[in-house]
Ligand binder design. Structure first.
Ligand code: FAD
Ligand code: SF4
Ligand code: SF4
Length: 528
């Protein structure tokens, strides 16, 4: 069956929901009728939305005026950052970096710590109240492209067994035709990747970090206190691993703690879930975590290449918004407000297209003009060489990051998988505090095991070489422990998958394929 709609939005994160809200608000105000449909592969809103969560909230005053008012408002679930500290960590010591030398953009005072999964739940309600249709549990499988124009998407079939045979509950994936398809499927989204491959390439390839995060409930008298944000550089990272740690106050005596690591790390055996446990042993951090109880955990990638890695953002019948467009500024470590402002810019361009009944890129090009006017592209341009400088390691990356905006050309960067170096090992001792099985349990991730595997290794022979040179990397870097090595072969446990996309990005041989599983399956992030 083919469904015909006006505007189809893939992904119910901040980007997709902001697009839907703004578009429906403007359609309603102008008394115009058009169907605005959001689909997400997860069975509930917020299940696959994860962020550190320090948020520049001004965009919400524009998108949902009055959002701060009322006892039940989303604002009540936020914590204002009043105390912001940056530390450099050595294994047993912490040095506070004076505010005077911290770049202004890394200042988070006046921002709000939020749970982006809670934000998605709330934005979903706002959207539905305006008349947006949201369908959950539907995975978009592929883009439909005809005569150089995106015509919609094909959804995944439901009810196939592990051999690909139809089960009694089989439902063929629908074909959805739309005048405009907006891709908001997040970091390294399957559909946005399909589209990006057809568009002119950006100056640099996209590069990514993996962020691992836990939510910890602390006793009321905890040493961390309220309204506080801490960022760290150094330990547990060596100088050739980009990234750092964070801790933020959350409501109800909770803190968000996490580690963000650039996926161009050289070590074949780096396991980011274990690195977070190592981070938590640092005396500065361990002191804050005393008597804390971990209540949730998860991981996701972050597109961190910045301005020069942003692909062309529009084509006939389609737009890219949010993480799928690469709207993240690593100088600020922020993407949520760009996702929201990007969605608003996309909505305004789509309204013009609906009014003109013209969905070609000639009209949709207004999206880029709107992005410029909204200030997003200016901010991203300011940080245009920030991430690239760190490819030379922290001692060169730090000073370079201070002068990066004066460098008159793009510093080039390579895809992350090329960063893994033959024979390089971290050789970390296993941490007993938590393993990946416990981490997966706290993420709530689950899949029906009797369905076709959504991860595959096309050439198992290459894994032999990988074992020799790169320590079977996927058995270390996958936060869900989907890959295990047995007798030189990789055994898969796809039901553990957190949908973070690290494996496609980091396998040194580009030897992993990942397709969305049946809709309704995957992580069940809570409060992340
Ligand atoms: C560890 C970490 C820390 C961060 N810290 C901060 C911070 O402090 N401040 C900040 O501003 N930003 C931060 N960011 C970045 C920020 O979280 C993102 O930029 C932002 O959430 C992106 O929103 P989005 O809507 O583009 O994508 P997402 O929130 O990822 O939404 C994508 C949606 O698409 C759905 N989807 C994907 N594929 C399909 C498919 N095939 N079919 C149907 N649905 C699909 C997913 O289920 C998901 O709901 C952080 C990110 C991470 C990972
Ligand atoms: S799938 Fe990739 S990362 Fe995993 S062992 Fe094989 S080649 Fe290495
Ligand atoms: S299989 Fe891939 S997408 Fe799934 S958790 Fe592991 S690295 Fe992430």
């Amino acid at each position: 069956m083919v469904k015909e709609i006006d505007v189809l939005i893939i992904g119910a994160g901040p980007a997709g929901l902001a697009t839907a809200i703004r578009l429906k608000q403007r359609l309603n105000a102008e008394k115009k009728d058009a169907s605005v449909v959001v689909i997400d592969k997860e069975p509930k809103l917020g299940f696959h939305n994860l962020s550190g969560g320090v948020f520049e909230a001004g965009c919400l005053d524009e998108l949902v005026p009055g959002w701060r008012e009322g006892e039940e408002s989303f604002f009540k679930q936020t914590v204002e950052i009043q105390n912001d500290e940056l530390y450099f960590l050595l294994p047993k010591a912490a040095f506070k970096i004076p505010h005077l030398v911290v770049p202004k953009l890394m200042n988070h005072i006046g921002d709000y710590a939020v749970s982006v999964s809670r934000m998605a739940i709330w934005l979903g309600t706002v959207a539905q109240n305006l008349g947006v249709e949201i369908y959950l549990g539907f995975s978009a499988k592929e883009l439909l492209i005809e005569d150089g124009r995106v015509k919609g998407v094909k959804l995944m079939d439901l009810g196939l067994d592990r051999d690909g045979k139809k089960k009694s509950n089989f439902l063929q994936g629908e074909t959805v035709h739309a005048k405009v398809t907006v891709l908001c499927d997040g970091s390294h989204g399957v559909l946005s990747e399909q589209l990006s491959k057809l568009l002119p390439p950006a100056k640099n390839p996209q590069v990514y970090s993996i962020g691992v995060k836990q939510l910890i409930k602390l006793p009321p008298e905890s040493a961390f206190g309220n309204n506080r944000a801490i960022h760290t550089l150094g330990f547990p990272n060596r100088f050739d691993v980009f990234g750092g740690g964070f801790m933020y106050s959350m409501p109800d005596n909770m803190i968000a703690i996490g580690l963000i690591l650039g996926l161009d790390w050289p070590y074949g055996d780096l396991n980011e879930q274990q690195e977070l446990e190592v981070f938590k042993t640092h005396p500065l951090i361990a002191r804050f975590l005393k008597d804390g109880k971990i209540v949730a955990a998860g991981a996701n990638t972050i597109p961190e290449g910045g301005y020069y890695s942003i692909p062309k953002l529009f084509t006939n019948g389609a737009l890219l918004v949010g993480d799928s467009a690469g709207f993240v500024n690593m100088e600020k470590i922020k993407g949520i407000h760009y996702a929201i402002r990007g969605g608003m810019s996309a909505a305004d361009a789509i309204l013009d297209a609906l009014t003109a009944n013209d969905f070609t890129e000639k009209i949709l090009a207004k999206y880029e003009i709107n992005l410029k006017e909204s200030g997003i592209l200016k901010e991203l341009y300011h940080a245009r060489n920030f991430r690239q400088g760190f490819k030379y390691g922290l001692p060169i990356g730090m000073p370079l990051s201070q002068i990066q905006s004066f460098i008159p050309f793009p510093i080039s960067i390579e895809e992350d998988y090329k960063g893994t170096k033959k024979g390089r090992r971290l050789n970390r001792k296993k941490q007993d505090s938590m393993d990946r099985a416990q981490f997966v349990a706290l993420s709530g991730s689950s899949h029906d095991e009797n369905q076709p595997s959504h991860v595959a290794i096309p050439d198992p022979e290459l894994c032999q070489q990988c074992g020799k040179f790169y320590a079977y990397s996927c058995t270390h870097f996958c936060p869900g422990e989907v890959y295990r090595q047995k007798d030189g072969k990789i055994v898969l446990s796809p039901s553990n998958c957190l949908h973070c996309q690290t494996c496609i990005i980091k396998c040194p041989f580009h030897n992993i394929t990942w397709t969305p599983p049946e809709g309704g399956e995957g992580p069940r992030f809570k409060y992340l």
